[in-house]
Design a protein around this ligand. Sequence first.
Ligand code: AHR
Length: 508
Amino acid sequence: MGGTSLAAQTVPAGEGATATVRADTPGPRIERDVFGQFAEHLGHGIYGGIWVGRNSKIPNDAGYRRDVLAAMKAIDVPMVRWPGGCFADEYHWRDGIGPAKARPGKINTNWGGVNEDNGFGTHEYFGLMERLGASTYVSANVGSAPPAETAQWVDYMTSATDSTALAKERARNGRAAPWKVRYLGIGNELWGCGGNMRAEYAADLTNRYALFAKSGNGPMLKIASGPSDSNYEWTEAMMRIAGKNIDGLALHYYTRPREGDWNNKGPALGFPEREWATTMAHTLRMEEFLTKHSAIMDKHDPAKRVMLAVDEWGTWYDPTPGSNPGFLEQQNSLRDAVVAALNINIFARHADRVRMAAIAQMVNVLQAMLLTDGPRMVKTPTYWVFDLYKPWQGATALPVDLTSPWYHKDEVAIPAVSVSAVRDTAGQVHVALVNLDPNRAIPVSVSLAGMQAGQVSGRIITGTGMDAHNSFDRPDTVTPQPFAGAQVSGGALTTTLPAKSVVILDLR
Ligand code: AHR
């Protein structure tokens, strides 16, 4: 750990950040589901990572890893998206119900070409959600299955006990009461792995699939397959043609140090400062994407009824050397922690439209919360960011005006400091401060407009190297530490942020 000592870090005079937290003009609620997760049938994302089966030697609760359940419960996971991803548009839900031994196997053509035995299916997914106390997001197959298949799956999941033939079949498979489907994804990446469709065709299909999928158990929000990155034409067409029939539009954006070549994204560890800088610059583009997609949505939906659901976001690096490249395994370092905090701060600024999101992915895949290796499990720096930001779940966003110094590296020039602030459900104000400059501590002065505080306490995530990370042998290298480097008096909060750090301050 880098700890909280600031003594060794020099701060050039006059290069601090100033901010005003507008507690006097509170913004919208930050929905809990913005802190959602994504669990796809991909590599060890589910098998080995979440689900080991009842007969495993790894301690489990009816097949679910006990260590993973406990870790995910501890960060109050509000929602998990399943079964994909690209996997969803080749998934046939009937393959994943009934006695496990009788379920058909198939090849996971998207991810590593490995055998998928369907041991984890609909009942296992809802069992996981019940154990986590999380709400559900099921992605339907639009790319390679007819609308009746989606309609029947929804019938199977949600129809009242004994009310339909599929509800009776569900009961025979061990579950009489209906489940609640909070979100139904109408396909995934229909512009790509979900079917290589044009936006207009995808929007027509969205209207059709949405019409026939009818929940028998309360509201089910329909999420259309949305744009990637800056594909504004997709948003325009989807909102124009299907906007009235959907409740959300998905946005996918992955942060890569090297853009352009998907076969050369850059390593997860051992990268040069230049790739720290490009990673930060690229992830900050999320702000621009949310602003521009929201503006298009505002034109078609000024009341903001349709949410922008960032249901795939996070870092994507070259796979861990020696791993199956189709499994998307990567280490997770302090760089990922800073990326996660920057994105959460951006989501907080767009809480009026971004009411759900899912980081990709929950366990062992891409920017994961947890990594497992047989019986071992480690919490990543990203996990600890989600832990620090728990007060943001369901809180009221407080607008922040910020003037930040710049961080420069080669051709990259970006604001070094990012801030968000909330009033939590119990009325307490919290401020999140991120310093993405890997070299320089930055003093910050915050004016608290419309509130007074007399006490401040905090926690920090930082590390000695840019790629400081937790391994199975050294699981506690990057963990939150107490932070005593802030002062508050009345409406003035001051601190100095150590280089490459995420600091959460709790005011009283
Ligand atoms: O998260 C990995 C993959 O990235 C998902 O399956 C797909 O939707 C996206 O392209």
